[in-house]
Ligand binder design. Structure first.
Ligand code: PHE
Length: 360
């Protein structure tokens, strides 16, 4: 059939020449669409004689299959070409270095906690912990501060809510880390050597006070621990922590209900030009309270005061961070200002050790 041969070559030609998906679709409709030329031809098969149909039927079917295959092949070729074109324009150099991203920093308080943990670990102290919401007993009574004691007023305590009708003493946000002394004694007994760093809370706010701040408690209990051991331990700590030869400490006789005798310790510093410096100047900054553990406190912790004695101290962590790193205002510690954190923060990769240097 000439007819079929010419239809075939015409459409194959058109398919080969179609240069876009739209053009190709027009060719498909013209040939194989509902009203396409080949479709119409197939419809005519019905009017043919059986002999004619026997010839024309397979020929038309073959034609339809061939044109369809040609359309598909051309479509795939056009898509490949389009993709190649895109790839030429939109390439990416995967060997380029990544864009720099700012890394977070370690907060000075966390850094200092790591530093002092390393120093005290070297002196045989392990780390103890206690809850920040503490019972009245642990925060006060067990530390020899009975309900009417004036020291309770000095603590500017935050109290927790009580259920209505509940007349037991309310829980408190611990006002110092000293309750961890009691918990450590109960948990571990004597002899004992622990530090307890953590958050404490008091209603107070100025350049050197914030309602939440940090302390580290120290407690050493053995058969013959004395005030001399306390003094050596604190001086040794300050020398290692401040990494300077000249740290001057001043021990002032003081009073705490949970120690007897008691001493407050100040460190020599200067505030000149808003810059805080240690080891020089005419100012003293109080950094800790300390003393020999009161027998009643040992008893509350389940330790026999006739057999054991020890020293305890509580250091303001934020205070010594301010001193070591020359940060003049405590309030800025807790404002979460990224510029401040980038300035005073520490690299996450420099973990302090006594041997490798503390300040990283
Ligand atoms: N707990 C005291 C305070 O908050 C500090 C202290 C601890 C004093 C241990 C003596 C012994 O100030």
């Amino acid at each position: 059939m000439d007819d079929i041969a010419s239809i075939r070559s015409r459409y194959l030609e058109q398919v080969a020449q179609a240069d876009s998906p739209d053009a190709l679709e027009s060719v498909r409709l013209a040939a194989l669409g509902k009203k396409g030329e080949i479709s119409l031809k197939m419809r005519e098969l019905g009017k043919m004689t059986p002999e004619e149909r026997q010839q024309a039927g397979p020929a038309l079917n073959a034609l339809k299959t061939e044109i369809d295959a040609a359309l598909r092949a051309r479509k795939a070729a056009l898509e490949d070409a389009a993709l190649d074109e895109r790839l030429k324009g939109e390439w990416l150099d995967v060997t380029l270095p990544a864009r720099p991203r700012r890394m977070g920093t370690i907060h000075p308080v966390s850094q200092v906690m790591d530093e002092l943990t390393a120093i005290f670990a070297d002196m045989g102290f392990s780390v103890a912990e206690g809850p920040q919401v503490e019972s009245d007993w642990y925060n006060f009574d067990a530390l020899n501060i009975p309900p009417e004691h004036p020291a309770r007023q000095e603590h500017d305590t935050f109290f927790m809510h009580r259920r209505e009708g509940d007349n037991t003493p309310p829980h408190v946000l611990r006002t110092h880390t000293s309750p961890v002394q009691i918990r450590a004694m109960q948990d571990q007994g004597a002899p004992l050597r622990v530090i307890a760093p953590g958050r404490v809370y008091r209603m107070d706010m100025d350049q050197t006070h914030t309602p939440m701040f940090h302390q580290v408690e120290g407690l050493a209990i053995d058969r013959d621990i004395s005030m001399a051991n306390l003094k050596w331990t604190l001086e040794e700590f300050c020398r290692a922590f401040f990494e300077v030869d000249h740290v001057e400490l001043r021990f002032r006789a003081s009073h705490f209900p949970f120690t007897e005798p008691s001493a407050e310790v100040d460190i020599r510093c200067s505030w000149q030009g808003g810059q805080l410096k240690i080891g020089e100047g005419d100012d003293w900054m109080e950094i800790l309270g300390s003393g020999m553990v009161h027998p009643k406190v040992l008893q509350a912790g389940g330790i026999d005061p006739n057999e054991w004695q020890g020293f305890a101290f509580g250091v303001g962590i934020d205070r010594i961070a301010m001193l070591k790193y020359g940060i003049p205002d405590l309030r800025t510690f807790f404002e979460g200002d990224l510029r401040w954190l980038r300035h005073y923060g520490f690299s996450a990769l420099s973990v302090p050790t006594l041997a490798g240097g503390l300040s990283g």
